[in-house]
Design a protein around this ligand. Sequence first.
Ligand SMILES: [Zn+2]
Length: 368
Amino acid sequence: MPTRDPHRSLEDELHAVLSDTSHLLPEDPASACALAERLLRECPGHPVATLQLAAGLARLGLAGEALPQFRSALRADGRLAAMPWAETLDAGADGPSAWIGEFAEASCPCCGGAAAEPIWAGTLADRVPGAQHLDALRTWARCAGCGLVRVLRPPSDAALQTYEAAAAVGAHAPGPLPPDEARLHAALLRHEQLLLRVRATLGTGAAGRPLRLLDIGSGWGDRLAAAKWAGFEVVGVEPDPRRRRWMERRLGPLPVVESLAELDAEPFDLVLFGGCVEEEDEGILLLDGLGSLLADDGLLVLHVDLLDHPVHRMRGYDDPIWARPNRRIWFERRTLTESLQVVGLAERAAWSDEQQPGGTWVLAGRAA
Ligand SMILES: [Zn+2]
């Protein structure tokens, strides 16, 4: 009767678990850590087990313990070892200092503080295919001063632009297309619901005249068209000339400009920002600029993913949004409130987005 090779069976067991690298298994991070530690006792330095231990520790919220394991795993990755960043893996740095372009040293965009405590670490390799060299060891940290969560060292602007240009081709293949009739109809229904709730939150200061609405990032113009249809006096901002031409030809006439610099000085009752504040290099400065476009009792309408929203709490650190390469900050309810206060704004209303699980609409006006 053949004897059982315990080493072999243990490795088989782990490899069975790890064979699908698109998932972190087992589901329970404590079990994943225990399994990885068992293999590491038998096969010290095993790169797959090291990576799984690091990911498990990160999912348990033990970012400080996860970081050295991630560094070991990355050092063992032949592709990464050939990169200049590998030289810095032992230096105790929380991230690469030289990689594809330089990495930015990011201080807190809200309070300006530099001190921050790591709360999560991970690799983008299994979450964002092709991005592992962009940001091989992503570290999220909580600001010691104000508590805002941010990426400690985001990739350089040059690296992100290269990535985004390449990703845009794949994400929208065969190229960004305008909405067909069914998609336009669905979008109009969504926008009408949003505008009804937004208008209900707006004070009565503008009663007796059409409400002025600015739509920043108008895309194909569906939101702008919905607002005009609902009786708003609208202006759109859309940098893409193809989209401007399409909306003017098919949904127009719609007043849409290429950039904010083309707007006149007249303030708006509503400013809808269609982008993602959390992906902006200077997200808090952007909030300040958006607030400056508001009339005295106007409202800024933002779409945000809040870290303490129940859906994101449930997803935890496996939330794919953690791994978006261009994401800089992640608000919680409290830190969003404080960031708005910094630029003289105050939250007026917030509700969960019916269309996007975890998304939140936040309305803010000038602080009293
Ligand atoms: Zn801060």
